[in-house]
Design a protein around this ligand. Structure first.
Ligand code: 13P
Length: 268
């Protein structure tokens, strides 16, 4: 009986996580003006009213990190950037550095998102250098990897993602400064998600690469997020899967109500 109940409503607390604290991160992409702070305030109030057993992060456009962190930092929701340059400073018009994100109140930065890889030609090597810049600045890099639909249909998804993991992480990566995010390109903004078996297989493959390179203890402590059409309706099932240590959420992070409903997976 209890077993049936567990299957009907999976609980994320029952799996072996090697002490990893989940992270649920919202990637606002190029959405949101200053007025969107109303959604952040609503989210902060919801998180304070009922704290999830997870870290909560919003990555708004860079222009909003400072005002949001100033108004709502240290109140249960962290803030971060969506990209940074790989250099610490210099003549790179339009770019921002990891130190600037930290200076604005950010604790994290997403690097190597598939939109950066495809629209701006970022390679694994560039992504690795950006993650290293984040580490120098003292903020956590969220390193994104993921296969295209053509790669999945060709049966190459695990090979492609394993290679991205190998080459997108700098040598000094560890569980304190690095989070992996598996985001299948074909699942982003499409309403499609891989089967739960495929998510488990991929997260296991990523975990295997991490433990092979950084050692069992460190590799098992690194968090691996799933991203791609995570919504309130599917979050509980996805977040309960083995080796899924949280989510990177796009569209459903823009409204506090939806994002907070995703966090319910980590409330008892
Ligand atoms: P969606 O949740 O809108 O599919 O976006 C996922 C994503 O790209 C997060 O980085």
């Amino acid at each position: 009986m209890a077993g049936r109940e567990l299957r009907a409503k999976p609980r994320v607390m029952t799996k072996d996580t090697h002490g990893r604290r989940p992270l649920v991160a919202g990637n606002w992409k190029m959405n949101g003006l200053f007025a969107a702070g109303a959604e952040v305030e609503s989210l902060v109030n919801r998180v304070r009213a009922s704290a999830p057993a997870a870290d909560v992060l919003i990555c708004p456009p860079a222009t909003l990190i400072r005002p949001f962190a100033a108004a709502w930092g240290q109140r249960g929701v962290a803030f971060g950037g969506q990209d940074c340059h790989h250099a610490d400073e210099g003549a790179f018009t339009g770019d921002i550095s990891a130190a600037m994100i930290r200076d604005a109140g950010g604790d994290y930065v997403i690097v190597g998102h598939s939109e950066r890889r495809s629209y701006y030609g970022e390679t694994d090597q560039v992504v690795s250098h950006k993650a290293a810049a984040a580490h120098r600045a003292g903020i956590v890099s969220i390193v994104c990897v993921g296969e295209t639909l053509a790669e999945r249909e060709a049966g190459r998804a695990i090979d492609v993602v394993s290679q991205q993991v190998d080459f997108s992480l700098p040598t000094l990566s560890n569980a304190g400064n690095t989070v992996l995010a598996y985001e299948p390109v074909w699942a982003i903004g499409t309403g499609k998600t891989p089967s739960t078996d495929d998510i488990v297989a991929m997260h296991h493959a990523v975990r295997t690469r991490l433990t092979a390179r950084f050692g069992a203890a460190e590799g098992n402590r690194m968090r691996i997020l799933y991203g791609g059409s995570v919504k309130p309706a599917n979050a509980r099932e996805i977040l309960a899967l083995a080796d899924v240590d949280g989510a990177l959420v796009g569209g459903a992070s823009l409204l506090a109500r939806d994002f907070d409903a995703i966090l319910d997976a980590y409330r008892s």
